[in-house]
Design a protein around this ligand. Structure first.
Ligand SMILES: NC(=O)c1ccc[n+]([C@@H]2O[C@H](COP(=O)([O-])OP(=O)(O)OC[C@H]3O[C@@H](n4cnc5c(N)ncnc54)[C@H](OP(=O)(O)O)[C@@H]3O)[C@@H](O)[C@H]2O)c1
Length: 336
């Protein structure tokens, strides 16, 4: 069958998406971004990955978040995205904000992970080839590496921008002290850090409680939340058991052991609050993050277009009453 030529919806910037400034930069991020950690690998159906990417762009999602090792197999999500670039998105490159990362396990041997200049620069060169891109918009140090001098990592990031291989720099999961050094070093080298990427959701509020959100704000960096649905726990996915096609059943980073009776009780209680708000739990979980304007965007994952439809509906009501917020807190403390 001949592939139909993709042409994005003409109303993609007026059909519901809002954009927020990322820190003190010139960049506007869609409130919802799409992450390619799962469901875009070579084990997945290309047609489904492509459908989700098209649906995203058609609904104003301009930001696609990748990393060198997303798949499985490692590198294959970038290859899938490269195919989508070639087949569909090439004419729209300047409408897209594409990020990738290096730092976690990627290839064999001593240079295949962590924060050395060798790893970061070699990895980005590979990523650009896989994605069929000349540059990425954001390149991240995927994690803090305590075994490499931080200045080496940061100078490599500065040089990557100078080489034109990335327009902006981000840091991911850096502890507060290392983030402070990074913000200062990058600013002093005229490559201010655009963005901090951290796990943030109703169940895991550490970036907020540890002051990382506030610190990013003071440094002029935006904050983007990953795993906003706690990998699917904060949705209706596990309310009635573990579906065969779910992330838990497929085995991976979300383990069955994480779905304890206590977690399930909390999910059910949060679902009651969501229903009263006339939202699904997924919609409420995203809205809960977006109520705070120090969150520039949430990076969702999804395994189907239907999930994306559900998630984007969450944007329509991001206001919470004090009572609702108190009830959510009480659920987390099991005071319900
Ligand atoms: N910087 C880092 O270290 C780091 C780490 C992790 C993630 N990330 C980024 O963050 C992105 C998102 O992470 P994530 O995939 O964990 O995000 P998530 O949004 O918390 O979880 C996504 C999963 O939740 C389920 N889901 C989504 N919407 C649903 C809905 N409406 N109803 C029912 N189930 C729904 C799907 O699971 P099923 O597969 O079961 O359908 C989906 O794959 C990644 O792709 C990556 O870009 C970054």
């Amino acid at each position: 069958m001949i592939n139909p030529i993709y042409s994005p919806l003409e109303n993609r910037y007026t059909n519901g998406m809002r954009y927020r400034r990322c820190g003190k930069s010139g960049i506007l991020l869609p409130e919802v971004s799409l992450g390619l950690w799962h469901n875009f690998g070579d084990v997945d159906l290309f047609s489904n990955s492509q459908r989700m990417a098209h649906y995203a762009f058609d609904h104003g999602i301009t930001h696609f978040d990748l990393a060198n090792n997303y798949g499985p197999s490692f590198g294959s999500a970038e290859e899938t995205f490269g195919q989508i670039m070639k087949k569909s998105f090439a004419p729209y490159r300047d409408e897209l904000l594409i990020s990738t990362k290096a730092g976690h396990d990627m290839w064999e041997g001593p240079y295949g992970c962590m924060g050395s200049r060798k790893h970061l620069i070699s990895s980005l060169n590979q990523s650009l080839k896989r994605m069929q891109l000349e540059y990425v918009d954001i390149f991240y140090s995927h994690r803090y590496d305590p075994t490499t001098p931080l200045e080496e990592t940061l100078q490599a990031l500065v040089d990557i921008v100078r080489q034109g291989k990335a327009l902006y720099i981000g840091i991911s999961k850096y502890p507060k002290e290392a983030a402070e050094v990074a913000y200062r070093y990058l600013r002093e080298h005229d490559v201010p850090c655009l963005i901090y990427q951290g796990r943030y959701n109703i169940f895991d509020q550490e970036v907020q409680t540890s002051g990382i959100l506030e610190q990013a704000k003071e440094a002029g960096a935006g904050c983007i939340a990953f795993s906003p649905l706690a990998q699917g726990l904060l949705t209706n996915r596990y309310l009635n058991g573990v579906p065969k096609d779910s992330r838990i059943a497929r085995g991976g980073f979300l383990k069955k052991e994480q779905l304890t009776d206590e977690v399930l009780r909390k999910i059910r209680a949060l679902d009651v609050i969501a229903t009263e708000r006339e939202q699904t739990l997924a919609e409420m979980a995203l809205a809960w993050l977006l109520k705070d304007d120090s969150v520039a965007s949430v990076i969702i994952g999804s395994s189907s277009v239907e999930q994306m439809q559900d998630n984007l509906k969450g944007l329509s009501n991001i206001q919470f009453s004090t009572e609702e917020l108190e009830r959510i807190k009480a659920v987390l403390q099991e005071k319900i």
